[in-house]
Design a protein around this ligand. Structure first.
Ligand SMILES: Cc1cc2nc3c(=O)[nH]c(=O)nc-3n(C[C@H](O)[C@H](O)[C@H](O)COP(=O)(O)O)c2cc1C
Length: 209
């Protein structure tokens, strides 16, 4: 599994090849074994395959188009216009992925609602729990030589997709899964000394024990 952490890449090119049901089930099971706040497991996984993918991508493209036109009910304002090409690219990737798993935060609260402080904190905890499930699935896929792409560009069509999915709760992400024949170079990571800050040290008597 540790190997999978370093081997995983975001895959944006998928072969038109089915993922065996047993592999998919193990991936979904890995999601269920993520830690979660008070073990509430605030997730649901909706597996999209076949023609359902086309219907889903159609909704996504509609949402992106609204943002492109600067429609009043678009999710993102003009200052996010620079992200539209990336959203279009993501839609293309999702179109050719054999499996797309929508990850739902079942306890999620609508962005339309103003959250109280405790609601806000709980929302963060739930999102963290769901994110752990997503990463578990991506790692399990990697261990099975199955590529994955964690996508939040689906938010460009948040309302459209939420309605299409007909879900309770909120959409957390969509993950594309499939095989690839492309070697992807790792994206650079910040060096440890830029992201880690040590404070304090062990008592001397603990050392060498
Ligand atoms: C929360 C989240 C949302 C992401 N959304 C997208 C997306 O919509 N489209 C996409 O192509 N990649 C998306 N990515 C993938 C990132 O671009 C990728 O993880 C990052 O560039 C590092 O590359 P690596 O995953 O290959 O290590 C997302 C990743 C995360 C964690």
């Amino acid at each position: 599994m540790i190997e999978a952490i370093y081997k995983r890449r975001s895959i944006r090119h998928f072969l038109q090849k089915a993922i065996p049901a047993e592999d998919l089930e193990e991936i979904l099971k890995a999601g269920c074994w993520a830690p979660s706040e008070k073990n509430q497991q605030p997730w649901k996984f909706i597996v999209i395959r076949g023609d359902e993918r086309k219907a889903m991508v159609k909704k996504l493209k509609e949402g992106i188009q609204k943002n492109r036109e600067g429609a009043e009910n678009a999710m993102f304002g003009k200052e996010y216009a620079k992200f539209i090409p990336s959203a279009i690219y993501t839609a293309r990737v999702l179109e050719q992925a054999p499996v797309i798993v929508f990850v739902i935060n079942t306890k999620g609260i609508s962005y339309r609602k103003n959250l109280s402080i405790p609601e806000h904190m709980m929302e963060i905890s739930d999102i963290e729990s769901v994110a752990a499930a997503i990463q578990n699935m991506c790692l399990e896929a990697t261990a099975r030589n199955i590529g994955s792409l964690w996508t939040c560009n689906v938010f460009f069509a948040y309302d459209e997709l939420k309605e299409w999915l007909g879900i309770e709760g909120e959409m957390a992400a969509a993950i594309a899964f499939g095989y690839t024949d492309k070697e992807i170079r790792p994206m650079p990571r910040k060096p440890l000394d830029q992201v880690v800050e040590y404070r304090g040290d062990y008592p001397a008597e603990w050392m060498g024990k």
